[in-house]
Design a protein around this ligand. Sequence first.
Ligand code: FMN
Length: 257
Amino acid sequence: MILSTMSTKSLEEVAITVKGENFHHLWFQLYIHRDRSLTRTLVQRAEAAGFNALCLTVDVPVLGRRERDRQNNFTLPFELELANLSGRKIPETVGESGVFAYVAQQFDPGLTWKDIDWLRSQTKLPLVIKGILRPDDAVRAVEHGVQGVIVSNHGGRQLDGAIATIDALSDVVAAVGDRLDVLVDSGFRRGTDVLKALALGAKAVLVGRPVLWGLSVAGETGVRQVLEILRDELSIAMALSGCRTIPEIDASLIKQV
Ligand SMILES: Cc1cc2nc3c(=O)[nH]c(=O)nc-3n(C[C@H](O)[C@H](O)[C@H](O)COP(=O)(O)O)c2cc1C
């Protein structure tokens, strides 16, 4: 699980709650704020709370134009707070998404690879960069001491018309080889989608909205069911493709055109 910087529960609360739940991977997702001392504190808090890795999202220099959020003047319901961000609030806006305004005010839109070096110097935790679509950027990530990349277009919520991640994946994997782990997300809905991504060299597949759909239908049980459905579908797809184990899933399953 990767917990967002924007979470409405604090990272400490989440870490305490999942302890003992056999979590192998609890990562913290970082947005670099203009306020570097806030950013540094988030990194230190994540380390202290026992998170296993930092996941820096790099595809939100500005928020994409989300028309429904603009029309609805989207903001957080008053009973929810940005629990990691010491009193910062999603502003109330008219004709604009409050999140758009927050990102414009607070996030650093000018990140470069120097900022990756800065972050690298702040922590010993493994660093994963989320929002990579180009093989040359993945190679730069290797050069800057990053342990993993997530091939992601943010669920198609940022740049309209961006390449599908399943189409971007093989070139990224080919460019970095085994020098770092390549994960992927955005639009993975079925076990067969997961099988294809693993066949193309992804180390893991992540899901966003399916978890939220499960949550809204049936709370924790719904989330569990969504994940179980995906796992069952993957194992059936593996059996029907002649794969007994994950390492047996390889590119020979895919007809490249
Ligand atoms: C409601 C919502 C909130 C999100 N918030 C964040 C976030 O705070 N940080 C981040 O890196 N990605 C965020 N994302 C993007 C997801 O991490 C992920 O890349 C995307 O949802 C994957 O695509 P999928 O939803 O099609 O599985 C968010 C996505 C949704 C739907």
